[in-house]
Design a protein around this ligand. Structure first.
Ligand SMILES: Cc1ncc(COP(=O)(O)O)c(C=O)c1O
Length: 424
């Protein structure tokens, strides 16, 4: 019997001859051109992850609405748009980006607990696929607005199924009862009945998002069961839904392992979606881009004291917030393997906050000032959560595709820091 082996995975970031490469480009070339701190993304890795999920879900009619908040760089969005991705947006700004990148409006869903009237109007005007409505107030405001615009707004209610999904940090749990997100399970049916009668609303689907960085399929199965039961109930009331949106949150490995696999996810989810007769939407962000990015930073100083060895770098919490905000863990390694002695270090940034660190108590080859470090798995919630805190211009972003590197966002300048102010 012929055995078909799975295609080899792209090694998006790997050391070759002791030097870290992104695809076929030595990252030192990128630093020589664009400096540090520098975000570097692999287009191949982004495509590969999208394709994996898309193929796994192929047996059921589906749409992957990439969650723009994870990484909204236009080059990332264009790469995904070319693969047929849709977008999950949470603001007018993300709508603007998604449309600029060529994501068709009929593939855009609008999530978020506090959409303004202006944002709702822009999305209605654009003709998006659906609004994920999170409260009765929003539902009524959207209906009124749609009526004044002579339209009907396509809607899914985001239902909160009361599932306390096991995410690594409380801030990324959104499916339990006491969260600001979604419509409480016990209110969902009534609100659908109200929605079905509102003149400016067209009920289209049901939406659920139970959290982020979820590593097992089981909470998704429970959420799916909850909303497909609801869809059945609604059918009996004469309210027919077209689709179920299972949200995002598919977890990845920050330590270099597998994370939640698209195949396992699909194997368990797809048959149940098929039974329901609904179309499936998913809103992954981190799953698609998380492992497709590194942050390159230069060591400024090494400092010892109080039993600690601090490696002080030119990237700080304003460039990468995850470690201090969510206790996010990222692998850190020298860009050029030195073979030098290892030791325990804290990798910290230059910001005037004790919470400004990138890695704590890490065993690594002890670097020297001037050397480069790579902080891994920062493609999601890296640049997109960055700020100019301490008046630090944000880093540049580079997209690598094979042996070609393209500047995806230039480094901000000191003038950019004051450009929007009137007191110049
Ligand atoms: C409604 C919604 N959808 C999708 C996502 C994407 O999550 P992830 O990047 O973990 O897939 C989020 C993340 O916060 C979200 O709030």
């Amino acid at each position: 019997m012929e055995t078909v082996s799975a295609p080899a995975r792209l090694e998006a970031f790997a050391h070759r001859d002791g030097l870290l490469h992104c695809e076929r480009v030595p990252v030192t070339d990128l630093v020589a051109r664009w400096g540090t701190p520098l975000y570097v993304y692999s287009a191949g890795a982004i495509r590969e992850r999208f394709a994996e999920l898309d193929e796994a879900l192929a047996p059921v009619p589906h749409m992957i609405a990439y969650s723009v908040k994870a990484n909204g760089n236009l080059s990332v969005l264009r790469t995904l748009a070319a693969m047929g991705a849709g977008a999950d947006i949470v603001s007018g700004g993300e709508l603007h980006r998604a449309m600029l990148a060529g994501i068709p409006p009929e593939r855009i869903v609008f999530s978020g607990v506090g959409k303004t009237i202006h944002e709702l109007a822009a999305a209605l005007q654009a003709g998006i696929y659906a609004f994920n409505v999170e409260s009765e107030g929003e539902l009524c405001a959207l209906s009124d607005l749609a009526c004044t615009m002579g339209m009907r707004a396509p809607v899914a209610l985001r239902v909160n199924p009361g599932i306390d999904s096991p995410t690594p940090h409380a801030y990324t749990r959104t499916g339990h009862a006491a969260t600001k997100f979604g419509i409480p399970a016990e209110r969902a049916r009534d609100l659908y009945c109200i929605a079905a009668k509102l003149p400016g609303i067209r009920v289209r689907g049901v939406d659920v998002h139970i959290g982020s960085q979820i590593l097992s399929v089981e909470p998704y199965l429970r959420a799916l069961e909850h909303v497909t039961d609801l869809a059945l109930d609604l059918r009996r009331e004469g309210i027919e839904l077209e689709y179920v949106d299972l949200g995002g949150g598919l977890g990845i490995s920050y330590e270099g392992g597998e994370g939640l696999s698209a195949r396992d996810f699909a194997e368990q989810i797809v048959p149940r979606v098929q039974e329901s007769g609904l179309r499936l939407l998913v809103e992954p962000g981190r799953y698609i881009v998380g492992a497709a990015g590194v942050l390159l930073t230069r060591v400024l100083y090494i400092k010892e004291g109080g039993g600690k060895r601090f490696v002080i770098t030119d990237a700080g919490m304003n460039d990468l917030l995850r470690p201090s905000h969510y206790a996010g863990w990222h692998a850190v390694e020298p860009v050029v393997a030195s073979g030098r002695a290892r030791g325990q270090v804290d990798v910290v940034g230059p910001i005037c906050e004790t919470g400004d660190f990138l890695a704590l108590d890490r065993d690594m080859e002890i670097p020297r000032p001037g050397e480069l470090l790579a902080i891994h798995t920062v493609g999601a919630y890296g640049f997109s959560m960055s700020s100019q805190y301490n008046q630090r211009p944000r880093p540049a972003e580079v997209m690598v595709d094979g042996d070609t590197a393209t500047l995806a966002r230039r480094r901000e300048t000191l003038d950019d820091l004051v450009a929007a102010e009137t007191g110049i």
